[in-house]
Design a protein around this ligand. Structure first.
Ligand code: PEP
Length: 251
């Protein structure tokens, strides 16, 4: 994957399939800038339906919101990377802070998920980000680098072709509070510089998204920062009225 403008929505555990269907239809009709790649994080039961709906669309695709860290077996209620691949899914979100918190997903577990995703030919949207406590202690940059190092730095250089990173400060997720464009740009530059130590100049081609209360009012300024290649959007991706203007916010 080369670097792209990406508007990624994460529906989390929201929307009925009927609501979701209307939303996707409107998004597809309303996307102005055809160079933007729109990704939608769809709940597991709807993945096949929306994969089929978007199959022939260049600019819109679906993502799974998670996969399990084991290949198969006695893990009731879980979904494996190979299951996702078997239904034609190409993208999976791994390491979202809600999963890290709710399911005790450590950097090591996330590393296992990343490996299984790649073993099954999936592309990974890898989430990282710090808590407010960590930022206040001025340890946020070290914290995010540690997440990147412990879950990704064992990979081969070529694997990074199939990674999108999403910096999502936890204090900004679903809180209405957004990192300022300067705060976000600072972290994105740190991440890109850090990736350079592992993959060299290829780091310039990695898409790094910002996530945390992105909305129509702040998307343009965030997306115009040098190292911000788009957004991972939760709440505002649930309504066409807010997600479509975000998709159309790239200059
Ligand atoms: C998210 O869950 O990835 C997210 C960024 O949520 P929100 O946009 O609602 O803050």
């Amino acid at each position: 994957m080369s670097k792209r403008k990406i508007a990624a929505g994460n529906w989390k555990m929201n929307l009925s399939i009927q609501e979701a269907d209307k939303l996707v239809t409107t998004i597809v009709k309303s996307q102005r800038d055809k160079s933007v790649h729109t990704l939608i994080g769809v709940p597991f039961p709807y993945l096949m339906e929306f994969k089929a709906k978007t199959r022939y669309m260049d600019k819109v695709d679906v993502m799974a919101q998670n996969c399990h860290h084991k290949a198969s077996g006695a893990h009731t209620g879980e979904v494996s990377a190979s299951m996702l691949a078997s239904i034609g899914i190409e993208y999976v979100i791994i390491g979202h802070s809600e999963r890290r918190a709710d399911n005790n997903e450590t950097n090591d577990i996330i590393k296992e998920k990343v490996d299984l995703a790649f073993a099954n030919g999936l592309k990974v949207v890898f989430c990282c980000g710090e808590s407010l406590k960590t930022r206040k202690a001025k340890k946020h940059i070290a914290h995010v680098k540690k997440q990147v190092k412990e879950s990704l730095f064992h990979l081969k250089k070529a694997d990074f072709d199939n990674i999108i990173l999403a910096y999502e400060p936890i204090w900004a997720i679903g809180t209405g509070e957004t990192a300022s464009p300067e705060q976000a740009q600072e972290m994105h530059r740190e991440i890109r510089d850090y990736l350079k130590t592992k993959i060299g100049t290829k780091s310039k081609n990695i898409s790094i998204l910002y996530g945390g209360s992105v909305k129509p009012a702040n998307a343009k300024e965030l997306f115009s920062q040098a190292d911000i290649d788009g957004g991972l959007v939760g709440g505002a991706s649930l309504k066409a009225d807010s997600f479509v203007p975000i998709i159309n916010s790239f200059s």
